[in-house]
Design a protein around this ligand. Structure first.
Ligand code: NDP
Length: 332
């Protein structure tokens, strides 16, 4: 079967030549193992961090080894005591392979209630949980507040904005390009700002004339700085991601206005979704209901073809995705 490997560690923005396609031979599944056929594989911004060789909350990818990430697969064959059967749908950390053999205990059987498969890697998956716990547990979301979301047309941001609306907040989203901004309005955002249109600080002041109480930041850099200036006294900043900085070759200065956090009594809090597994049942119950009732739209961009995984990943840094970026590797 084929696999996609990390061949060299990127400096700055990753390129296609960081990856290579290789042929490997699999042994049949042994005791407790299953052979799986990935259907959908997820590409995520955090993978950029794993491409560097430095300690972090997830270990770096090994060079010459397949990339791994979240995915959904069908069980093709099961060894003794695997507890899974051919035809089962499973999810978990999968290697970028067209077929694979893995210990069954590393996979979770997917429970489907009529949702499209891709929802399990988007609003019902890791990115949905991130939006949910980031707003509620980390951000202390309260009805009536003004919430600002950056990266608002992406997987985490689009769900965060929709959850904040459902909680009775006024929601301002920031995204790149007219098409994304139009989509944010369709999703119910009260205001949507295109950061590519220039003068972001001014556009944000106009979009949030009464300031911001809760800021859910997916982007960092200039957008973080512009948003800090708008924070109301006692405001909270949820540091979810900083994609504008992931490809930086040297640390950048700033936010230059951080000292205003003192007078405005701001709380800036980072978090990692993996620490909130205990919240999954409550989150899943709420999100399933919202999806069924059509109150959360599950936007996704699905790139077709296993060999296009690197292209899809690189697209995250160009904003080629609306909602969750996924790659379809094979039929359901
Ligand atoms: P997205 O679906 O939002 O995809 C990435 C988006 O980022 C792109 O579509 C693009 O949108 C935007 N972007 C890329 N480069 C830049 C840039 N230089 N400046 C501004 N915007 C940029 O990804 P996710 O929803 O999966 O992740 C969003 C953020 O949340 C990331 O920072 C990620 O690391 C973080 N995250 C954090 C987690 C945690 O546990 N703390 C868990 C999951 C995600 P546009 O066209 O609008 O520029």
């Amino acid at each position: 079967t084929r696999e996609i490997r990390l061949d060299r560690r990127p400096v700055g923005r990753p390129q296609q030549d960081c990856f290579s396609l290789a042929e490997v031979t699999l042994a049949p599944p042994g005791p407790g193992e299953v052979e799986i056929r990935p259907i959908l594989l997820s590409v995520d911004p955090y993978m950029r961090g794993r491409m560097d060789d430095r300690p972090s909350y997830v270990p770096p990818f090994a060079l010459g080894a397949p990339i791994e990430g979240f995915g959904i697969a069908a069980v093709e064959a099961a060894g003794p005591d695997a507890g899974l059967a051919p035809g089962d749908l499973v999810t978990g950390m999968l290697r970028w392979r067209e077929l694979d053999v893995l210990p069954a205990r590393r996979l979770r059987r997917l429970e489907r209630h009529g949702e499209p498969l891709e929802a399990h890697l988007g609003p019902l998956g890791m990115t949905g949980l991130t939006a949910y716990v980031g707003l509620t547990d980390v951000g202390g979301l309260r009805p009536g507040e003004t919430v600002l979301v950056t990266g608002a047309a992406g997987a985490v941001g689009s769900v965060a904005g929709q959850i904040a609306k459902l909680a009775g907040c006024r929601v301002v989203g920031v995204a790149g390009g007219a098409q994304k901004v139009a989509r944010l309005r369709e999703l119910g955002f009260d205001q949507a700002v295109d950061y590519r249109a220039g003068d972001l600080p001014r556009a944000l002041r106009q979009a949030a004339p009464d300031g911001v109480d809760l800021f859910f930041d997916n982007v960092g850099g200039d957008q973080l700085e512009a948003a800090l200036s708008l924070m109301n006294v006692g405001g909270r900043v949820v540091l979810c991601g900083a994609i504008a900085q992931y490809n930086d070759e040297a640390p950048r200065p700033g936010p230059r206005n951080l000292a205003l956090a003192i007078g405005r009594r701001l709380t800036l809090r980072g978090f990692i979704v993996g620490d909130y597994e205990a919240r999954r049942p409550a989150f899943e119950a709420a999100m399933r209901r919202w999806l069924v009732e059509g109150r959360v739209q599950a936007d996704s961009t699905i790139v077709e073809g296993f060999e296009r995984l690197p292209e899809a990943f690189l697209g995250l840094f160009e904003g080629t995705n609306l909602g969750k970026m996924l790659v379809r590797v094979g039929p359901e």
